[in-house]
Design a protein around this ligand. Sequence first.
Ligand code: ATP
Length: 550
Amino acid sequence: MSNDARPPRVLANWYLSECLGSGYSGSIYRAQHVHSGRVVALKVQNVDHECPTNRYERRFYPALQGGEGMPLLYAAGVEGDWDYLAIELLGPSLDSLLRKSGQDAMDLRSVCCIAMQVISRLEIMHARGILHRDIQLGNCTIGLAPNDKKIYMIDFGFSKQYIDPYTRRHIPDSKAKRDFIGNYWFSSIGVHCKGKVPSRRDDMEAAALMFIHLLTPRGLPWTRNGVPKTDDAHARLKQAKRHARPEDLCRDIPSEFEEFLRYCRRLKFEEQPDYAQWREEFRSLAVEQGFPNDDAFVWPPPPIPEQNVYRSPTKTPRRTPAPMDPDDMEDILRGLGNLDLGGQRVVLGDRQNIANGVRAAQQGSGKKPGALIKPKPKQNIIISINSSSEGSQDSRTPAPPVRQQSKALQLSQLRVRVGDARDNAALGQAVLDFVGVMRGCTSKNLTKEGFAFLDALHKKLADPEAFAQPMRTSRSRTSSDRATDPLRPQEKLSIVRRLNLTVQQAKSSQALAKMVTEFGTVTNRSTGRTITKDGFAFFEGLATKLRTLQ
Ligand SMILES: Nc1ncnc2c1ncn2[C@@H]1O[C@H](COP(=O)(O)OP(=O)(O)OP(=O)(O)O)[C@@H](O)[C@H]1O
């Protein structure tokens, strides 16, 4: 079908009016039922379209009905040449909100709310045995008032059941490479670059990339050149995605996002993500920054106090994806795989690419110039979240496990305790508590708050009286650091093992300080920046040693 073919004015008693959006395989119209007067979004496709996503999408709606943020489906059917879905009418997508805002990134409070809600939506879909597989800004919309603070997931045209309906077991993994289904910007590395079988972890990784994209001025690096038009450009995009390190993607945003991305990438194929934990991480992050303790997505965002707003010195407007060349479009259309309607879900190549191209061509410019709002840097004085702030959990979502404070907050408090420590016993206890916090976290990687803790420890050990030591173990890499290649995992392991084995032989607190620095440096240069078993043992040994160095 070509998108030029318009459906009739009245289709199955739905009177079509304004076009709300167009995808590769069809269009969505505001429509009103001629008898009941109900107003819906009518997703209309030609029955002969080579990418009949309506036919797939309608299979998933029944299972999703009643789920928070899942649109209602009022009717579905085929009339004449047209396949239609009558879906609850919703508001604009995140893509459209951001574009219309004129900003090149979203504020931290908004992204934390989006993160909490999108994670909840994925939890619902996954609990019902369904993967979304096309997480992106255009597929997250807000509702219409009074539901305009709620995020809805739409477009289940690429969705898939990951629980076999007959055996009730998780679908099997496979080494065989698969054709890519998803979108260029946010599909996980496993699915997009390695052709892996998608599972819950890939929806989560796509969500993580989307959050980072939203917070990053001009977005993720591989989105900045627009939709790739050639195989070479696509290969370069995959290469960039594959090689972008989480710490580089998240350099100027709160470490929770880096940790979340790492967490998603570490999940096993069949592993169930800890949705509640991450919802709480983002809730705590918002609260730490002085934002309200709820997940209501308020757009446009209320004014942020001046001290919370960071304006980039190198403000660059987001580049608009170039409109797609009609010839390229034709090539891509020709290249679409054949459909296999009888068996598994049809394998389509890069539908979003085409859809984006169509949108770009139709919409022309989608420029996002404007001021950059960045998260307030973490403050030195940390205010504890009191237990009452945990109590106002949205009643619609299951209560999270009791989680007192975020990792970042606890580490920052420990750093302050190290600075205040009056004797080695207090210092040793702070080190043990550091081990406790790190062990208790799903992600064992050392974040900037962890490195700040090590810096404070180093300062204290090197000269308990002097507080003017330079930051030795700082996480932020200097240009000379950058010249140093990352350590191979084996090198890191052996250095940390040596530190662990020799910590008891240290003769002075200065010698311990050196070891802390060495640990920090080695971890900083490692790819994962995780604390290993030997690392934890080193800190426990250090705490023991401190007691004997009274
Ligand atoms: N229920 C709805 N209410 C209001 N607008 C909607 C609704 N569903 C979709 N839209 C609008 O239409 C756009 C395209 O919708 P959708 O993603 O479902 O279609 P699609 O044909 O699958 O698109 P694509 O090929 O881009 O994925 C959305 O980004 C949104 O702006």
